[in-house]
Design a binder for this molecule. Structure first.
Ligand SMILES: Cc1cc2nc3c(=O)[nH]c(=O)nc-3n(C[C@H](O)[C@H](O)[C@H](O)COP(=O)(O)O)c2cc1C
Length: 213
């Protein structure tokens, strides 16, 4: 069609191409660096099919794709079994460490050790959080959504939050300075990322819009 757009019927294209296209245009995506517990110890892996979907109750969603070499991602298996996990957000300085934890290490491998990460105990869940992450969200499994495809969606209820004090511009008012968090986001292609330093603000408007009558 000569309208300046390329058009795609998701039902007619291969799943791989659909993934490639959508993951390249739905961005930037925050990254949930999920720590979970398996029978042998600790597991960590990043997931960018992730976001907060509700504040009341406080829910996050994580989308798991099928694992080519195993029955499912270890993180998903662990969350199903224990019902608890921690979402850590990824600061620029831990981008390489995050990438190390994304390798498809055999089940039972503690990726946090591979990446040299320091962990600390959580308050409510029996899973540790990553000390170097400025935000750690303790989560309990809320619901597993079987999509009917090869993916699985996990909804987690945030029960406790840890936010590095120096990230607040005003702690009493809960004003966070994103420049202090230095979080990264997932962009296009196999290895695209962004920082969150280039921001701008827009004041919210109320109705009626001034000067638009
Ligand atoms: C930045 C980044 C984002 C990722 N996002 C996802 C995702 O949203 N869903 C998914 O299934 N895998 C995702 N992966 C791949 C998993 O991290 C990878 O399969 C990992 O080995 C899973 O580990 P686990 O088996 O210990 O759970 C992502 C990888 C990277 C580097």
């Amino acid at each position: 069609m000569a309208d300046g757009f390329a058009h795609f019927d998701l039902g007619a294209m291969s799943k791989a191409d659909g993934y490639k296209l959508l993951a390249s245009v739905i961005m930037p995506r925050p990254i949930a660096w999920v720590v979970s517990r398996d029978p042998e110890g600790i597991n960590a892996a990043p997931f960018s099919f992730f976001n907060i979907l509700s504040a009341d109750p406080p829910l996050v969603a994580i989308g798991f794709s099928a694992a080519a070499d195993r029955e499912g991602k270890d993180t998903l298996t662990n969350i199903r079994a224990q019902g608890e996990f921690v979402v850590n957000l990824v600061p620029e300085e831990l981008a390489q460490a995050m990438n190390i934890t994304a390798t498809n290490a055999p089940r039972g491998t503690d990726e946090t050790k591979l990446a040299g990460l320091e962990l600390t105990k959580c308050e409510v869940v029996d899973v540790p959080r990553i000390v170097g992450s400025p935000v750690g969200l303790e989560c309990k499994l809320f619901q597993v959504i079987e999509t009917g495809g090869t993916g699985t969606i996990v909804l987690g209820r945030i029960v406790y939050a840890h936010v590095r004090e120096s990230a607040f511009a005003n702690l009493a008012k809960l004003y966070v300075d994103p420049a202090q968090l230095r979080l990264i986001g997932r962009m296009h292609g196999a290895g695209g990322y962004c920082t969150t330093r280039d921001t701008f603000t827009i004041d919210r408007l109320s109705w009626p819009l001034e000067g638009k009558d």
